[in-house]
Design a protein around this ligand. Structure first.
Ligand code: ADP
Ligand code: NI
Length: 213
């Protein structure tokens, strides 16, 4: 049976992120939570920490809050404190949210690391690849008014983030690299399957684009 804190956290996240239109919505949090809890059981991690962090990880993404990376951890912390959650659990969850995003890990900010963080990060990255990843990429590209594809723009293997000239470019800059970046063995296995689906999709996309299908 779900604990009260988990139910209250679900209600809080749902009311905050329901209907969000860039792929960082309530159902993204549910999928990340479900995957993360599965990984936590397989990898022997603290399930409660993983579940709370996964549910709250996008509660205030810095991209949509003027680049402020403290908003998310602060909101999560204040919420969990108000639920009477133990201090060390609150600190651990806030640290996971603070340090898990791609941009933060890229800055080389390794001030915090834990198995639980690695698991939530793996689950979040798994949700960026495979069939769901394809859907989310085009939702995000649409939100940023990017074309599906622009064959006149060169492909770069460097991640230029927001600057990808089309959503299809984002696959080559970022999404096709994710399967090799998993921390845990269980996530690596799941990622390989999702990676193959993206490769099949891209092959089909190019064939249709070029009138070969
Ligand atoms: P984080 O999980 O750190 O917030 P992002 O916000 O960069 O990571 O990625 C979240 C989702 O948005 C992913 O599904 C990703 O593919 C998509 N996304 C991010 N940047 C782009 C882009 N330039 N074009 C298309 N999709 C993107
Ligand atoms: Ni996320």
């Amino acid at each position: 049976m779900k604990s009260d804190v988990i139910v209250d956290t679900e209600t809080f996240v749902r009311s905050t992120l329901e209907g969000e239109g860039t792929g960082h919505d309530w159902w993204h949090c549910v999928r990340v939570r479900n995957t993360a809890v599965k990984l936590a059981h397989e990898e022997g991690a603290e399930v409660r920490i993983v579940e709370l962090s996964a549910l709250l990880h996008d509660i205030a993404d810095h991209k949509f809050h003027g680049g402020d990376k403290e908003v998310g951890p602060r909101i999560a912390k204040e919420f969990l404190e108000a639920q009477g959650v133990e201090r060390e659990v609150v600190e651990h969850v806030a640290n996971i949210i603070r340090h898990m995003s791609w941009s933060t890990s890229k800055e080389g900010n390794c001030a915090f690391d834990s198995l639980e963080m690695r698991i939530v990060q793996d689950a979040d990255r798994l949700d960026a690849i495979g069939a769901i990843g394809i859907a989310r990429a085009f939702a995000y590209g649409g939100h940023k008014s990017k074309p599906l594809y622009d064959p006149e723009q060169p492909f770069s293997s460097e991640h230029t983030g927001e600057c990808a000239p089309s959503t299809l470019h984002h696959f080559y800059e970022k999404l096709l690299k994710i399967a090799d970046q998993m921390h845990t063995e269980t996530a690596r296995r799941l990622a390989q399957e999702r990676h193959v689906h993206m490769e099949e999709f891209l092959k089909e996309f190019h064939e249709e684009w070029n009138g070969e299908q």
